[in-house]
Design a protein around this ligand. Structure first.
Ligand code: HEM
Length: 389
């Protein structure tokens, strides 16, 4: 089969993987294609192959300069953060951030997250139905938690989100969005370097401020905000859509019958908002499922198809918290696996339980088929979610 649409890797059928991606998973699990002008790209759709690619940093690297003709691009476009770098830069930077995501540190954030969610639910109650859960709950909670974590104002999201993850425009739009938000964050770093310090940014300045310049710090913080805002907001809103369409599941969350961590894990797997892992670049000639991949080729890994691969179990296209935990790939895999995963899981547990308990009569305000989804975004999710109670 041909890949008819150049943006197929970021296309979906509502909550489900796009039917062409499902066919690729069945018939051509490692498929050559061209996307956004990338001449030699491969799209990998099966769970075992995606794990192989993401788990083998020795063969598949993240550094942009590994791409064929990639050195000039890497020179011009420096997104900072972790996702476009390999060891030793990646290892050093990840170690700087990792202490903030240790299990006991994240657990310690629970009261703060519960307060942020409760305050937002109070606002929702005061506003009265109908409301759009994306704007009235998902976005403010995700941004409130990130602000508390990082120590920056809530408003700091310009250049993030849609324009950065949306691939229907030209690549220049995404690149410009990265540049704008880096400028914003650099200003915040400069302010904290000179004045009162707060959050993770303050701690980095206190402990490593003499080794990290403002540019590198801004890249790290921008990477965290980009990684944590739209992913979590999309997962909150789209997870709510699934819960509101399944009365039994919602009742079991409300009554505590289903362990909330299992529900969250299944929702993460089933919704899988991150459509692609960071691009990987072959460091040398290699092969995968009999396909010859040349040094410098781009390899894109489809996380929704991998996370619903029938090889993982029966009925993977349904949400079933009773199934045995699956090694799904909603947070990626290997050395670049999502650093914020424990925090995201905690947020989702708090939001889903608190929302369903506080509003037992919550339901969609429009027929489910009228709920609109993002069309060509690396981070998938609902555009809006009108609800009433
Ligand atoms: C439901 C929410 C989230 C999802 C689905 C998600 C998903 C992902 C995925 C798929 C990757 C790429 C992994 C790879 O290429 O192998 C990633 C990386 C990353 N995420 Fe998340 N993420 C979420 C929330 C967060 C949060 C809340 C934060 C920060 C507070 C965060 C920070 C990061 C960082 C820093 C990376 C780069 C890691 C590295 O390259 O070493 N994410 N995430």
């Amino acid at each position: 089969m041909d890949i008819r649409h150049p943006l197929l890797p970021v296309m979906r059928d509502g909550l489900d993987p796009h039917e062409d991606l499902v066919r690729l998973r069945r018939e051509r699990p490692v498929a050559a294609f061209s996307m956004l002008g990338l001449r030699e790209a491969w799209l990998v759709t099966r769970h075992d192959d995606v794990r192989t690619v993401l788990g083998d940093a020795g063969t598949f690297g993240n550094d942009l300069s590994l791409a064929r003709d990639g050195a000039p691009v890497a020179g011009q476009w420096q997104p900072g953060g972790l996702g476009f770098h390999d060891s030793p830069v990646h290892t050093r930077r990840r170690r700087l951030l990792a202490p903030a995501f240790r299990a006991h540190v994240v657990r310690g954030m629970a009261p703060r997250i519960e307060d942020i969610v409760a305050a937002q639910l109070d606002r929702l109650a005061r506003a009265g139905p109908p409301v759009d859960l994306v704007r009235a709950l998902a976005e403010p909670v995700a941004s409130g938690v990130m602000s508390a974590l990082v120590g920056v104002p809530r408003a700091c999201r310009r250049g993030r989100g849609t324009s950065r993850f949306e691939l229907s425009g030209d690549l220049g739009t995404s690149v410009a969005a990265v540049g704008r938000s880096l400028d914003d964050v650099r200003r915040l770093v400069g302010r904290q370097r000179a004045g009162p310090r707060a959050g993770l940014l303050g701690r980095l300045l206190d402990e490593h401020g003499d080794q990290l310049d403002d540019q590198e710090l801004a890249g790290l913080i921008d990477g965290l905000l980009t990684g944590g805002l739209d992913t979590t907001a999309s997962m909150i809103a789209t997870g709510c859509l699934v819960l509101l369409q399944d009365d039994r599941l919602a009742a079991s969350v409300r009554g505590g019958a289903a362990p909330i961590d299992r529900v969250v894990d299944e929702l993460l797997r089933y919704v899988c908002v991150a459509q692609l892992a960071f691009p990987r670049f072959a460091r040398r000639d290699t092969s995968l499922k009999g396909q010859r991949i040349a040094a410098g080729d781009v390899v894109l890994c489809s996380l929704p198809t991998a996370s619903r691969d029938p090889a993982l179990g029966a009925a993977m296209d349904t949400v079933d918290p009773r199934r045995r935990t699956t090694p799904h790939l909603a947070f990626g895999f290997g050395v670049h696996r999502c650093l914020g995963a424990p925090l995201a899981r905690l947020e989702l547990r708090v939001v889903f339980s608190a929302l369903l308990r506080r509003f037992p009569g919550l339901r969609l305000a429009v027929p489910a088929e009228r709920v609109g989804f993002k069309r060509f975004s690396v981070i998938h999710g609902v555009e809006s979610l009108p609800v009433t109670w």
